[in-house]
Design a protein around this ligand. Structure first.
Ligand code: ZN
Length: 602
């Protein structure tokens, strides 16, 4: 199903990328740009840049960049049409679908969301109203959940019986194939049957309150006690964060997010007013979780039982937080109590006490080492250092690293520089090889070849001063040595021509539209980086500089041609044994090469 180009253009004109990004990243105004922490790589100092005027974003850390559409595609894992539809909805442009049949992956995802949504309503209504759900209602009361939490989180009940939901879908005209893909029903030999039966249902929503999957708790003794949706294009167990929609605002206001592992723990925390809480689906935190949470809070607090297993689990999370460069604290609650139990026994105040005592996870680790090694004898000091070293070495923030070097020196009564040298010598970083490798940055892509400078300058000047663009610029661009700059140049020229054709003779190239029209990632990265950078080099005498650069590029290209021609003749002379021509040709070749070098340098 194609979305007409004029609609896409209309959406592009109406959307503001800053609004879209602000849903996921805390942005601060900085000069012409907005900056924030990149959602696509780990960082502590913001290098993620959004430009309001040009409607693009670019990260100086990982070179990811694009427009509002690209951002949503990456952030939400959407296809291009899906991103367009999402934004269309937001800016109030009607893309009514002439045909509701399933076509294309994007539409399938939307239909899966619809099926999930319908299932959520079905389960919820069933829990609230059906006489058959009385045992479930009793169970929920017994667990102490209040009606407003049941409503706020749309908790439901999946009835006993083989195919209640499947029948409901049939009646509603919802495709059973789609419902199967969403993991709501299974395909039997002859028909479809419900995946979740006789279970309390917890819909799991993403940050936009779209239902991505479900968790179902068995009412009886069935195994498993908790059944989740299977992995689907919408649902990945190790990545989803339960309660993120309800918690996002509070987390952002408080600056930290509380993480627990279970549905009931999470719901209880919300019931007792800890609105900045989320849960993993019974699993330990993953890097995916942390990256998701990064957009909403600066710090993660994880709750653990204070028994040995709980402490071990807390320590296990340390490398992850260090790798992801995320501040984290450990909240230790009394042994044998779930967060749920603790709240019911000691109330919000009791919980708040433990949260207040939360320790940075690295300090907690050092405490554990202090217990393990007394740190008094030289050999115990060294053992202490050896265990701590990999963590300290892996810290990405130099200031934090220094703080911990000092702390360790203090604990062991040795000099900080002694700690530092031992740490450096003893330590392999935590995940030396496995560390997330980023795509090469644009700075790396743009190797420092000198002829590139002239080519870059030409493009920068044309971008900033479109009225200077003329045929000689076009010619020069076609002679660029650097492939991705040539491609970038072509993109710019095309965009400018479009503007001129539309009667806008000195309009600037529309970058946001331009980057959708190319598949050359290097060219796009260069364009995006250039447009968010403040560059003074093109402000004075742009016309003269442009002419100089064009001349230089043409000269270089001509030289290159002549050089290769010479080289050919040289080879022929060598073959035919004509030593006289060979000598004179090789002289010319060498001087040509020298000129070439000079050209590139100037
Ligand atoms: Zn980045």
């Amino acid at each position: 199903m194609m979305i007409p180009q004029d609609k896409i253009d209309e959406i592009r004109e109406r959307v503001n990328i800053v609004d879209i990004v602000a849903d996921y990243v805390q942005l601060k105004k900085s000069g012409k740009n907005h900056i924030g922490l990149c959602p696509f790589h780990s960082e502590k100092t913001p290098s993620f840049t959004v430009n309001d005027e040009k409607q693009i974003f670019y990260c100086f850390g990982c070179s990811t960049g694009g427009n509002a559409f690209t951002f949503l595609m990456k952030q939400e894992n959407l296809s291009f049409p899906e991103a367009i539809r999402t934004i269309a909805k937001r800016v109030g442009i009607d893309l009514s679908l002439p045909d509701k049949k399933i076509s294309g992956e994007g539409n399938q995802r939307e239909l899966m969301f619809l099926a999930n949504h319908a299932a959520q309503d079905f389960f919820h209504q069933y829990l609230l109203t059906s006489p058959a759900a009385e045992p479930a209602r009793q169970y929920i009361r017994k667990r102490g959940l209040k009606p407003e939490i049941v409503k706020g989180f749309k908790i439901g009940f999946a009835p006993q019986g083989r195919d209640n939901l499947a029948k409901f879908f049939e009646k509603k005209g919802i495709s059973l194939e789609i419902a199967e893909k969403a993991g709501l029903i299974n395909r039997g030999e002859r028909d479809f049957y419900d995946r979740f039966r006789n279970r309390i249902m917890f819909p799991i929503a993403d940050v936009k309150n779209r239902v991505v999957g479900f968790g179902g708790r068995a009412m009886g003794n069935e195994e498993p006690k908790y059944l989740n949706s299977p992995t689907s294009p919408l649902f990945k167990k190790g990545e989803v964060v339960y309660g993120i929609y309800q918690a996002r605002t509070a987390a952002s206001n408080k600056g930290f997010v509380l993480v627990v592992e279970g549905y009931f723990d999470l719901l209880m925390l919300h019931q007792y007013g800890f609105l900045n809480s989320v849960a993993t689906l019974g699993t330990a935190l993953t890097a995916h979780h942390i990256r998701k949470l990064k957009g909403y809070a600066k710090e993660v607090y994880t709750l653990f039982d204070s028994d040995e297993a709980g402490k071990a689990a807390a320590l296990k999370s340390l490398p992850l937080f260090i790798e992801e460069d995320m501040h984290a604290r450990v909240v230790l609650i009394p042994t044998g109590l779930d967060p749920d139990d603790l709240l019911q026994k000691q109330g919000a105040q009791g919980m708040a006490q433990y949260i207040e005592k939360a320790k940075p996870v690295m300090d907690f680790f050092l405490d554990c080492l202090r217990i393990k090694f007394d740190g008094e004898t030289p050999s115990s000091k060294i053992s202490f250092l050896e265990e701590a070293a990999p963590y300290v070495v892996s810290m990405k923030n130099a200031a934090t690293r220094d703080i911990y070097v000092e702390k360790i020196a203090d604990i062991l009564h040795i000099r900080p520089d002694a700690v530092l040298s031992t740490v450096r010598a003893a330590a392999e970083p935590l995940s030396g090889k496995s560390r997330v490798r980023h795509a090469p940055t644009t700075n790396e892509i743009i190797s420092t070849g000198d002829s590139i400078k002239a080519e870059e300058l030409i493009l920068k000047i044309v971008l900033a001063h479109p009225h200077l663009h003329d045929e000689s610029v076009d010619k020069a661009i076609e002679m660029f040595k650097t492939d991705f700059l040539r491609e970038a140049g072509r993109l710019i020229i095309n965009a400018l021509r479009k503007k001129t054709a539309a009667g806008d003779s000195c309009g600037k190239a529309d970058l946001s539209a331009l980057i959708d029209s190319s598949n050359d990632d290097k060219a796009k990265a260069w364009l995006l980086k250039t447009s968010v950078e403040d560059d003074d080099s093109v402000k004075e005498e742009p016309k003269r500089i442009l002419e100089d650069c064009c001349r230089k590029v043409m000269m270089a290209s001509r030289l290159k041609k002549e050089t290769s021609l010479l080289l050919k003749k040289l080879e022929e002379a060598e073959k035919s044994g004509d030593m006289n021509s060979f000598r004179s040709l090789s002289d010319s070749y060498l001087s040509m090469k020298r000129i070439n070098k000079l050209q590139n340098k100037s």
